[in-house]
Design a binder for this molecule. Structure first.
Ligand code: S3P
Length: 423
């Protein structure tokens, strides 16, 4: 057990690590580009390192120094047959996006990951890829992929998932004709933005994205903004700890990712977006967050994919809010690194929270007195960091079984949190 130390309130500046989604895509698309793709502000978390490792096994040379990565792209048809099983660790993004790329190669490959990955559904990518002509065995990892000739399809997605959308679009680069994906709700569109910058023939129109078979992508310079999903922990912490004021610098505010800002503001949070700018076709700004009195809100519908990874910490914020917060339409939380509906409800209850688990979310009645507890992280980085915020709101000592999982997306999280302590 590790103690989750209390910091009373936080003040100062923090620069959160690079966006996980963009970092993965930079390496993958850089590998398929011609020439060098230089990535600055790369997230050196375990998931993105898994992506680098998989692409090294596919013959792509990468140099990592600090947070800079140089990817020596070999072009759309430049990957080589790996001589071992491709291991994706804990990373759903690596697993699903890679299967889209590997489906259309001229060689066979096998992908697998850790115990959590082996429980996460892969049929959601295997099914549409098979419709394109892919030969993939497995509904769960390991996935055995026989390289095949692919044909374009139009696919109406049954779930809102950027990983599924991207897997199909990446396979679409290899498929004869024009591949179209139609989403039920708009999910993050970093793939579309990077592909377009690299010269792919890609058209976004509302919920539809079309891509054509592609012979050439050109290497680019990519500057990765800070991950709003990591900033979310400080947005929550500064909001609930009276007297806090934090400047979170260089945060990516792509509109497909800013649901947390909309919801936090609806709850009464005091957040200012300053120094607004655009880098690599991605909007970026600094977020100034001050503590505030919060009230409960309803969170459902189209906003869910725009804040899916932030829901655990939003649930924690809701404990500090007056009244009821309802999270609905979020059944996707069940198939994340752990079942985040059950995990959040179980752990928050340990601190005395009034919370009811539902089929597609939870109902939280805020404003109750919270007590110290021994928490479980479920090996899930976002659970561990959310519980660290909860620990700040309790009377009494809080412990957690493991914080090493934070290395997935935010290796320095606790150092950054404690460095802002204002006594
Ligand atoms: C991601 C998409 C989301 C998100 C994950 C990263 C991506 O998953 O939860 O952390 O980079 O495409 P889904 O596509 O399963 O919703």
């Amino acid at each position: 057990m590790v103690e989750l130390r209390k910091v009373n309130k936080i003040k100062g500046e923090v620069t959160v690590p690079g966006d996980k989604s963009i970092s993965h895509r930079g390496v993958m698309l850089g590998a398929l580009g011609e020439g060098i793709t230089e990535i600055e502000g790369f997230l050196t978390g375990a998931d993105c390192l898994s992506t680098i490792d998989c692409f090294r096994n596919l013959g792509i040379e990468t140099e990592l120094s600090g947070t800079k990565v140089v990817v020596h792209g070999k072009g759309i048809y430049g990957l080589k047959k790996p001589d071992k099983i491709l291991y994706t660790g804990n990373s759903g993004t690596t697993t699903r996006l890679l299967s889209g790329i590997l489906a259309g190669q001229s060689f066979d490959s096998v992908i697998t990951g850790d115990a959590s990955i082996c429980k996460r559904p892969m049929s959601r990518v295997v099914k549409p890829l098979s419709m394109m002509g892919a030969d993939i065995k497995g509904e769960y990892c390991p996935l055995e992929i026989k390289g095949s000739a692919l044909n374009a399809i139009k696919y109406n997605m049954p779930v809102a998932s950027a990983q599924v959308k991207t897997a199909i679009l990446l396979a679409g680069l290899y498929a004869n004709g024009e591949t179209e994906v139609v989403e039920i709700e708009k999910s993050r569109d970093h793939t579309e933005r990077i592909l377009s910058a690299m010269g792919a023939d890609i058209i976004e129109d509302g919920l539809s994205v079309k891509v054509r078979k592609c012979d050439k992508l050109t290497g680019i310079h990519l500057s990765v903004p800070g991950d709003i999903s990591s900033a979310a922990f400080f947005i929550a912490a500064a909001s609930v700890m009276k007297g806090s004021e934090v400047l979170i610098k260089n945060v990516g505010v792509n509109p497909t990712r800013t649901g947390i800002l909309d919801v936090a503001r609806n709850m009464g949070a005091d957040i200012k977006e300053i120094n607004y700018r655009s880098e690599n076709n991605e909007p970026v700004c600094d977020l100034l967050v001050r503590s505030a009195d919060l009230k409960g809100v309803r969170i459902d519908g189209a906003i869910i994919p725009r804040l899916i990874d932030e829901l655990p910490v939003i649930a924690v914020m809701a404990l500090a809010a007056e009244g009821e917060t309802v999270i609905a339409d979020a059944a996707e939380l069940k198939v994340k690194e752990t079942n985040r509906i059950t995990a959040v409800c179980t752990e928050l209850k340990k601190s005395g929270a009034d919370i009811t688990e539902t089929d597609d979310g939870m109902i939280i009645r805020g404003g109750r007195k919270l007590i110290g507890a021994d928490f479980a992280s479920y090996g899930d980085h976002r659970m561990a960091m959310s519980l660290a915020v909860l620990a700040q709101m309790t009377d009494g000592k809080c412990n957690i079984d493991d914080i090493s999982c934070c290395a997935i997306s935010y290796p320095e999280f606790f150092n950054d949190l404690y460095a802002m302590e204002d006594k």
